[in-house]
Design a protein around this ligand. Structure first.
Ligand SMILES: CN1CCCC[C@@H]1Cn1ccc2ccc(-c3n[nH]c(N)c3C#N)cc21
Length: 248
């Protein structure tokens, strides 16, 4: 998978040089490039923002640097008359106005060949940038959650981690991806390791029994109990009436 990130804070993504994603980059599983939006400005001050039309507080990101930066990472821009290219890169702009990111979306994105992330800052990116590229390629506004961040970088970091770990070969033991929170729609079961007794707290005896059927049943019961207690909205019966798609 190829991933391009456009941001005014490229150093934010230095953390992608370490751990599993860093190894995936070194081995070529993921070709990830971080681009400084300011490299696509042409004034002495490398200006990326300006005051909003219509007034209001804050600044808006100028369209010209974004156009130059996105043109540099996207294949030759197709003619808008031809309509959005269905087989090209997927461009994702993190936004509080976006479709909520979740594990299902992470799985969808992990199947893409080329993702381009545009990290906004200030009050956001001039809307014409989104409109221009949405007429030429696939564009998604995606929200990390219902709270306000100062920009898109934290969201992109989270999305890249959630997507990257689903790419075959990135996580050593693919089995570990199966019984995770949200992977089967439920929260994950509690985990224990040695010692069997710690500060008078014991490991549940079933986990020491060697009875794999009983262990599997206990773990599934734990998933159901946790989900009922913490996230009842995830239970199948909670979504029975919600049969329509919520994807934007
Ligand atoms: C605060 N400031 C004025 C109000 C509008 C947002 C703006 C800041 N800001 C600029 C670009 C940008 C991109 C994503 C997000 C974001 N916030 N919450 C999420 N779940 C996000 C995602 N994903 C925030 C951003």
């Amino acid at each position: 998978m190829r991933i391009d990130i456009i941001t005014i804070f490229p150093a934010f993504f230095d953390a992608l040089d370490i751990s599993l994603l860093g190894k995936a980059r070194q081995t070529g599983l993921i070709d990830l490039q971080v681009h400084d939006l300011r490299d696509h400005t042409h004034d002495r001050h490398r200006t990326v923002d300006d005051t909003p039309y219509g007034g209001g507080a804050g600044m808006v990101m100028k369209p010209e640097p974004w156009g130059d930066a996105l043109d540099a990472v996207l294949p030759q821009a197709t003619d808008a008359a031809a309509g959005p290219a269905v087989d090209g890169p997927l461009v994702i702009f993190p936004s509080p106005a976006g479709v909520r990111f979740d594990q299902a979306m992470a799985r969808e994105l992990a199947a893409e060949e080329h993702l381009v992330f545009g990290c906004g800052r200030y009050e956001g990116i001039d809307q014409r940038v989104v409109d221009h590229y949405a007429a030429r390629t696939r564009v998604r506004l995606v929200s990390l959650g219902d709270y306000v961040l100062n920009g898109g970088e934290v969201a992109v970091m989270a999305m890249i981690e959630a997507v990257g770990r689903l790419i075959p070969g990135v996580v050593g033991n693919p089995e570990s991806l199966v019984e995770e929170s949200h992977e089967n729609g439920l929260l994950e079961y509690p985990s224990y390791t040695k010692p069997a007794s710690w500060r008078d707290l014991e490991v549940p005896p079933v986990l020491l029994s060697g009875n794999h059927g009983a262990i599997a049943a206990w773990r599934h019961d734990q998933q159901l109990e946790r989900t009922r207690r913490v996230r009842p909205d995830l239970l199948p019966e909670a979504n029975a009436e919600n049969t329509h798609s919520t994807r934007g």
